[in-house]
Design a binder for this molecule. Structure first.
Ligand code: ADP
Length: 389
């Protein structure tokens, strides 16, 4: 196997591909690990309808960045502006330090993987993967070697002669990925690539894509509406809402330090307890429950806030006293428990009527809290994050 053809920096060695100028720039910035994609004041409107409000954002070289958000939030608009398929209404796009705002898609040197695979149905696997190399005028031996290398990376050696219709959805998407990496693009764009596959296959391919990214070291921008997928795969997640970036950060930051109720709700499950800041690092809930919180620094005393507590951070007390590091306690009545495999979700109703969702590691039915039982729980101030209302 010729490793040098798909080296870690996504460069071709000794090949005169059409985007070689881009490759040279990539070589320069590889040493600096700079910004690969930069949006400067980029926006897109269709008449009066704004698809993307004015946006500045950066994707670093070698980074796996997911664009996450509900349908219609602007994810595809961003991806297609990077690809050159949509022209922005205003703003500049830099690729590898070069303004590509007016550069046509084919000349941007990007690789694309689509949800519907977009394979050529009359061509076999080999010819589908070879297609981008033939367009670029590579020689026969070079093509054979590169196609083999790409198929090896996606586990499809031996499938060269199959037609797309003779393959499963997962296999077809592997062909789509091989066709993308075969010409070593410096940036790979993936648009909901696993959206048409069932859960188990999605998880398997997530693992494969993650490994591929690690091996190739290519910058990868990945559109998904599946928050678990985004958290699992990404170095950073850009969460979109209504054509704006709601938050961009590491999966940890989005999950544990969301900047808004929207982010807290979209990424994982959450308890959001309404209350008022009554002292430094103290919030009194609407029903009188006093909560020690991580920080009220950004919130004046008297301001209305919501306190975010993740359900898995709440601990059942099993009759004993709360340990010292769990400053917040309350009791309630179990309304419902749902056994969802490894975790059990318990809905707890406090005396005020407010509900608290608790997630615990599953126990056998006889040891689980049944509906109607009283339950005492506790959680720490550190796990109580104050959000603006
Ligand atoms: P997402 O990928 O997050 O589902 P999109 O980027 O496709 O969202 O769309 C963002 C918004 O722009 C949506 O409200 C959508 O209806 C609108 N939009 C997208 N394409 C067009 C178009 N060609 N004409 C008018 N509005 C569009």
């Amino acid at each position: 196997m010729s490793h040098v053809l798909l080296d870690k920096d996504g460069r071709s060695s000794g090949l005169d591909l059409h985007n070689q100028a881009g490759s040279r720039a990539a070589t320069a910035s590889t040493h600096m690990k700079g910004n690969m994609i930069v949006f400067e004041g980029v926006g897109k409107a269709y008449g009066n309808a704004v698809a993307l409000h004015t946006t500045d954002f950066t994707v670093r070289e070698g980074e796996f960045l997911s664009l996450l958000g509900p349908s219609g939030s602007g994810k595809s608009t961003i991806l297609n502006i990077i690809a050159g398929a949509i022209a922005p209404t205003h703003g500049r796009i830099l690729l590898n330090g070069k303004d590509v705002s007016t550069v046509p898609p084919r000349e941007r040197g990007l690789g694309m993987v689509f949800q519907n695979y977009a394979l050529l149905p009359h061509l076999n696997v080999f010819d589908n993967v070879a297609f981008p190399l033939r367009i670029r005028g590579l020689g026969k031996d070079e093509i054979a070697q590169r196609v083999r290398n790409a198929l090896e990376r996606v586990g499809l050696i031996g499938y060269e002669q199959r037609k797309p219709r003779e393959m499963s959805g997962g296999q077809q998407q592997r062909v789509g990925i091989a066709r993308c990496i075969v010409y070593s693009p410096s940036v790979i764009l993936m648009d909901e690539p696993l959206g048409a596959l069932d859960k188990k296959l999605r998880e398997q391919l997530q693992g494969e894509i993650k490994k591929l990214h690690k091996d190739l070291g290519t910058t990868l921008v990945y559109v998904t509406h599946d928050q678990e997928e985004a958290l699992n795969l990404s170095d950073r997640v850009c969460l979109m809402n209504g054509g704006r970036i709601a938050q961009i950060g590491t999966p940890d930051e989005l999950y544990f330090e969301p900047v808004s109720e929207f982010v807290a709700d979209f990424v994982g499950e959450s308890n959001l307890i309404e209350g008022t800041v009554t002292a430094d690092n103290m919030v009194t809930a609407a029903d009188g429950l006093m909560l020690a919180v991580r920080s009220t620094e950004a919130h004046a005393t008297g301001s209305r806030v919501k306190v975010l507590v993740r359900p898995e951070k709440i601990v059942a007390l099993d009759g004993g006293a709360a340990p010292a590091h769990l400053e917040n306690t309350c009791t309630g009545t179990v309304v419902q428990t749902s056994f969802v495999g490894g975790m059990t979700r318990v809905e707890l109703q406090r005396r005020s009527g407010a509900l608290l969702l608790v997630k615990t590691i599953s126990a056998r039915a006889a040891e689980r809290q049944a509906a109607g039982h009283s339950m005492a729980v506790a959680w720490s101030a550190q796990d109580s994050v104050v959000l603006k209302v």
